[in-house]
Design a protein. Sequence first.
Length: 212
Amino acid sequence: MLFANTGVVFRPMRTTLSSRPRATGRLALRPFRRRDVDPLIEAVHASVPELGQWLPWVHTRYGRSDAIRFVRDSAAAWVEGRAFDFTIRDPQRADRHLGNISVWHTSRREQAGELGYWIRTDETGNGIATEAACRVLQIAFEELYLHRVTLRIAVGNRASERIAEKVGFTKEGLLRQEVLVKGEWLDHTLYGMLEEEFKENKQKYTELGWIV
Ligand SMILES: CC(C)(COP(=O)(O)OP(=O)(O)OC[C@H]1O[C@@H](n2cnc3c(N)ncnc32)[C@H](O)[C@@H]1OP(=O)(O)O)[C@@H](O)C(=O)NCCC(=O)NCCS
């Protein structure tokens, strides 16, 4: 639908997404399967101190029941169009879980969504989160037809702030005491990207090899 007075083209948001794998320059992103449970547990255990600093669901006894519940909920959320979780893999070492990246709707009326991610600690610093974030932004804007995607990053989480900066998110404000982590309410910075900004950045992402 075209709003003639503003020139804005309105495309109804989609809530279904193909489960086919998506490639980035170096990585493969795909939905979770039942056999991802063990690699997921292994990756969480290898990263508890770093993940636990910022993510409320992480604990040292993270085990089979947690991972099975996650994979089951993730499959249901995908089918119901509530959230789309991807396991991040290196095609050369496809049995190793490198991390998670997800996009979900925060408002269907406003065609808004949010991005979340984590990377196993022994693979950080290699640009994996940045590359995966760009690819999932592409899914958000070009396949789900979202209008706006946000990121909430705990104040002090410099690595995640760097991802927002590198990808070109705009810092929009402070969310006070947004998430409870280990008994402490953490302030978060809200970052946002609009569909038109993604379009402007796309050439750069391609040149950098983040999307193909
Ligand atoms: C944040 C996280 C996803 C980053 O993953 P990653 O694959 O290492 O990210 P990238 O390599 O794409 O980019 C990280 C950037 O942060 C920088 N960085 C890392 N630690 C940093 C620190 N302590 N201070 C400043 N910069 C830091 C890196 O140098 C890199 O920037 P550069 O490319 O300019 O050198 C990962 O560390 C993680 O999972 N952390 C715990 C969970 C979490 O915070 N999730 C995000 C919640 S919003």
